[in-house]
Design a protein around this ligand. Structure first.
Ligand SMILES: Cc1ncc(COP(=O)(O)O)c(C=O)c1O
Length: 383
């Protein structure tokens, strides 16, 4: 019936809004110059486009200033920049048991080298309690690092409550919004987030290859660059500029990607974040309920009521990889396995097989969801 049903928006959103594609291609056809590197028109215009995107992101995420928006190629780079640019030997870090490898691997590597110690709050099992959370705090606790929503179960973690629990302390709050930016409203300053990492290609509807971070003032002052190189500014100096965003942005930026990201955010503003969320939530509920009724299907969930439109299932006696393959044969695209999140699967007791993950997006229809339920049922029942 359908040629393709794309249900892997947690990996990357697809299709992209037409305006994203058009703006990127217009830039490459009509301007396409290197921003901030020369005095001719199209270089100045490219720089202006990047500034406009910084302004858009500042407003969209409640940042304090466009200079405090740093562009990277994705959130993995942004988080690594934050860790390697801020963490010092002896620091203690609190994180969750649902972290993606973008957080887990750098932190575990630093721990293995004896640089840091880590405490884990079991968000996959327990609802947040300020008292229990406070028991993890130590005099040397310098960071709390968590994802805003799990990329396995879609469980939303309580960033507002955590922000309130560590407010007025010398503890930096780092939040990975890979699964929430564009679907939940986030005010980084109000929540007290010091490093809000974002990736452009998922809920923000931008292209792959662009992401970044929104920095608080106290972090902006002390963060150290991981890379040094050309910034198009203070070229007479042998050293990296000390001011943002140049301090953290070396080399030619992904200008078309940055423009595409701004268009993605403008698309969200035009459609309305709430109505986008309402639609994807409805599709997710329909799919989850439909699959749940099939004997043997188990939803991989977590405590609380708050979930984004991503969820995982396991199926008794069935390998998630095979199920994804059979769905793929019918044109239904979903992801199976560990989703770059072995820590989360261990916590959810779905390691090492992993799960079958469904993540409907704004461009899916109810008919596609019903087709997916029917097809899945046929695959597992053989009827
Ligand atoms: C929670 C979470 N964090 C980080 C990432 C990494 O995103 P990117 O590959 O865009 O850096 C992902 C991607 O799936 C994710 O789901």
């Amino acid at each position: 019936m359908f040629k393709k049903v794309y249900l892997d928006n947690a990996a990357t959103s697809w299709p992209k809004p037409k305006r994203v594609v058009e703006a990127m291609s217009n830039f490459l056809i009509r301007q396409g110059c290197n921003p901030g590197r020369a005095g001719y028109d199209c270089s100045i215009e490219a720089g202006r486009q990047i500034l406009k995107t910084r302004e858009k992101i500042t407003k969209f995420f409640g940042g304090i200033s466009p200079e405090n928006v740093v562009f990277t190629q994705n959130i993995t780079y942004a988080l690594n920049f934050a860790f390697y640019g801020l963490i010092k030997k002896g620091d203690h870090i609190i994180t969750s048991d649902l972290e993606h490898n973008a957080v887990w691997r750098p932190l575990k590597t630093m721990e293995k080298k004896g640089l840091i110690s880590i405490s884990v709050f079991p968000f996959s099992q327990k609802e947040f309690s300020p008292e229990e959370f406070s028991r993890l705090l130590k005099p040397e606790t310098r960071f709390v690092v968590i994802n805003h929503a799990s990329n396995i179960s879609g469980q939303v973690l309580p960033v507002k409550e955590i922000g309130a629990a560590i407010k007025d302390r010398e503890i930096f709050f780092v939040v990975d919004t890979a699964q929430t930016a564009g679907s939940l409203s986030i005010d980084a300053t109000e929540i007290g987030i010091d490093v809000m990492g974002f990736t452009g290609h998922k809920g923000l509807f931008g292209p792959p290859g662009v992401g970044g971070m929104v920095l608080s003032e106290r972090v902006a002052e002390i963060i150290k660059p991981v890379f040094q190189g050309g910034t198009g500014s203070v070229s007479d100096s042998e050293f990296q500029p000390g001011f943002l965003p140049d301090k953290m942005e070396s080399g030619t930026p992904n200008t078309p990607g940055i423009i595409g990201l701004r268009e993605g955010i403008e698309f969200i503003e035009e459609e309305g974040l709430v109505s986008i969320n309402k639609k994807t939530e409805k599709l997710k509920d329909l799919l989850q309920k439909g699959l749940e009724e099939i004997p043997g299907v188990k939803i991989v969930s977590g405590p609380g009521e708050d979930f984004v439109s991503t969820f995982s299932i396991t199926m008794e006696g069935q390998d998630p990889g095979f199920l994804a393959y059979y769905l793929g044969e019918k044109g239904i695209m979903v992801r199976s396995g560990l989703h770059c999140c072995p820590a989360g699967h261990r916590a959810l007791k779905t390691f090492p097989e992993g799960t079958l993950r469904f993540s409907p997006g704004y461009f899916n229809s109810q008919e596609e969801i019903q087709f997916t339920i029917n097809t899945f049922e046929k695959i597992v029942t053989g009827k």
